[in-house]
Design a binder for this molecule. Structure first.
Ligand code: GLU
Length: 468
C-alpha cells in the first residue's frame, strides 16, 4: 500500500536552540515535501518536561522563520496530546502488547551489574513481562510502575534507509523499552510513533543518532497495525577538528549565524549542500533546491562544517543582495554597537554605502564595520598615520581641504579637485590618496576615493582632513 500524500515533519525537542544538524534535517524534510507537492509539519517534542523551555520553543520558531521553512501544520506540542498517548497505551496493554513494570531503579541496576559481570548485554530481564503460565512477582506498595513495550523476542527488524540503504538489527539486541514513565508521560520512542502515525507522516528524515531507536519504533508501528513511514538517517556534521559539532564546539545554533551577519539564503544553500549534492552546483536558491531535492544524492558519510566555505557562500549572496535590504540589516548591526541610525539615513544614504562596500564583505557585520565609518568617529591607526600622512604631503592635504570646502559635492567634481591638487603639488595619485583614505576612513584600503568622499559628506571629510 502506498501513502496517499507525502508528509514530512521536523520534531525538535525544545531543550536548547535549533542546532545546525536539526536545521539541516528540517531543510531536507521541508524541501522533500515541497518537491513532491506534499506537506511539512512542525512538532515540538516537549515531553522532557524538566528540560523543555518556552525560550527554546521561541528560538526554534524564530530559526525556522529566519530560514524560511514554512510549515503547513503546527507547531503541535506533544504535551497537549497526553490523552491520546494514554488511549494508545491502554490499547496496547489491553492487547497484551505492553505491560506495567514495577522494578525499582536499584533492582534494575543490580540486574545490569549481574549481566555485566558475566559479560552479557545489560538488557532488561523481562521480570514483569507477562507470558502464558508465568507467575508475575507481587506488586509492591508505593511503586509507580512504568509501562514497557513487549518487544518481539526473536527475529530481526529491517528497513531500507533512504540515506544509508538497508539496515538490519536483531530483536535479541534490544529489550522491552519503557514507553511511559511512572508519571504517565510517554517516552520519546513511543510518542514519536503515535504522532508519526496520527499525523500520517510518510517520510522521516532525522539525524543518524536515532538509528538505534528505529527498530523499537518499527516494532511499535507494527504492534499498532500502523503503516510505516520511510526513514532517512542523515549523518552527523563534524566540526573542522573532525569531532561531532556540539554545543561546546563553536556556534552551532542557527540564530548565532543570524547574529553573525549571515544571510538566510546563504545558510540555506550551505546547509543543503552539506550532506547533499546536485552535480557540481555550489550556489542555488530555494526554488532550485525544491526543484532538485527528491531524497536522492544524500551523503552516507559525515559532512565537515567548513566556516571558510560558508563565508564564501555568504559573500556571494551579499554581493547580489538588494541594497535597501542590506541597509536594514546593517542598521541593526550598527544599533547593536550603539550607533544611532536615523530612519531617513537608513532609507537613503546607507543603501549607497552598502552598494559601495558589499563586494568586499563576507558578512553584514563586515559591512557594518565599514558603514560605521560614515556614522561615527574614525580613529586612524597610528602606524598608518606615520606611514602615509607625512610632512611632505601636508601642504597638499591643506589645499585639498580648501578646495573641497567650496566645490560642487559630487563624485565627478571631487575627482576634478583631487586631480588639481595632484598637479599643483606634483604628486602621484597614491601619494595623496593613501593619506586621505587613512584620515577619512581610518585605513589605506578603500574603494574608489571620490565615491567614498562623496558619501562621507563634505563636513566630515574636511573635519577629518584637518586632523593631519
Ligand atoms: N525530538 C527528537 C530530536 O530532537 C526527534 C527525533 C525524530 O525526528 O524522530 O532528536
Amino acid at each position: 500500500m502506498t501513502q496517499a500524500k507525502i508528509r514530512t515533519r521536523i520534531a525538535p525537542s525544545p531543550t536548547g536552540f535549533l542546532h545546525l544538524g536539526t536545521a539541516r534535517t528540517a531543510l531536507y524534510s521541508w524541501a522533500y515535501a515541497r518537491h513532491f507537492g506534499g506537506e511539512f509539519v512542525l512538532r515540538i517534542e516537549d515531553t522532557d518536561v524538566a528540560r523543555s523551555t518556552q525560550d527554546s520553543v521561541n528560538q526554534i520558531l524564530d530559526s525556522m522563520h529566519w530560514l524560511g521553512l514554512e510549515y503547513d501544520e503546527g507547531p503541535i506540542y506533544q504535551m497537549q496530546r497526553l490523552e491520546r498517548y494514554q488511549q494508545v497505551l491502554d490499547r496496547l496493554i489491553a492487547e497484551g502488547k505492553a505491560y506495567h513494570c514495577y522494578s525499582t531503579p536499584e533492582e534494575l541496576e543490580a540486574t545490569r551489574e549481574a549481566k555485566r559481570s558475566i559479560g552479557e548485554k545489560t538488557l532488561y530481564d523481562g521480570r514483569w513481562r507477562p507470558a502464558p503460565g508465568k507467575v508475575l512477582p507481587t506488586v509492591p506498595d508505593g511503586v509507580q510502575p512504568v509501562i514497557r513495550f513487549c518487544n518481539p523476542l526473536d527475529g530481526e527488524v529491517t528497513w531500507d534507509d533512504l540515506v544509508k540503504g538497508p539496515i538490519t538489527i536483531s530483536n535479541r539486541e534490544i529489550d522491552d523499552l519503557i514507553i511511559a514513565r511512572g508519571d504517565g508521560i510517554p517516552t520519546y520512542n513511543f510518542a514519536v510513533v503515535v504522532d508519526d502515525w496520527d499525523m500520517q507522516i510518510s517520510h522521516v528524515f532525522r539525524g543518524d543518532e536515532h538509528i538505534n531507536n528505529t527498530p523499537w519504533q518499527i516494532n511499535i508501528f507494527n504492534a499498532l497495525g500502523a503503516q510505516l513511514p520511510q526513514f532517512g538517517h542523515c549523518p552527523v556534521i563534524l566540526g573542522d577538528d573532525g569531532q561531532k559539532l556540539s554545543k561546546r564546539r563553536g556556534a552551532v545554533s542557527v540564530t548565532a549565524y543570524e547574529e553573525g551577519g549571515y544571510l538566510p539564503e546563504a545558510m540555506l544553500n550551505y546547509l543543503a549542500r552539506l550532506g547533499w549534492s546536485h552535480g557540481d552546483e555550489e550556489l542555488f536558491g530555494r526554488e532550485q533546491l525544491v526543484a532538485w531535492f527528491d531524497g536522492t544524492h544524500l551523503n552516507k558519510s559525515p559532512a565537515q562544517w567548513d566556516p571558510v566555505k560558508l563565508l564564501w557562500v555568504n559573500s556571494q549572496y551579499i554581493k547580489q543582495a538588494d541594497n535597501q535590504r542590506l541597509a536594514r540589516l546593517v542598521a541593526h548591526q550598527l544599533e547593536q554597537q550603539a550607533i544611532a541610525m536615523d530612519p531617513v539615513v537608513v532609507e537613503n544614504h546607507l543603501p549607497q554605502v552598502c552598494a559601495l562596500f558589499k563586494d568586499r564583505c563576507d558578512t553584514t557585520i563586515a559591512l557594518a564595520h565599514w558603514a560605521a565609518k560614515f556614522y561615527s568617529d574614525v580613529t586612524p591607526d597610528s602606524a598608518e598615520i606615520t606611514k602615509h600622512v607625512t610632512e611632505s604631503v601636508n601642504p597638499a592635504l591643506k589645499l585639498l581641504a580648501q578646495k573641497l570646502a567650496t566645490c560642487i559635492w559630487d563624485k565627478a567634481s571631487i575627482a576634478g579637485v583631487i586631480k588639481e591638487v595632484l598637479a599643483a603639488h606634483n604628486l602621484k595619485m597614491p601619494q595623496l590618496a593613501m593619506p586621505v583614505r587613512v584620515l577619512v576612513m581610518g585605513t589605506a584600503q578603500t574603494p574608489s576615493l571620490d565615491w567614498v568622499l562623496e558619501l562621507c559628506g563634505r563636513e566630515k571629510v574636511i573635519e577629518r582632513l584637518g586632523k593631519a
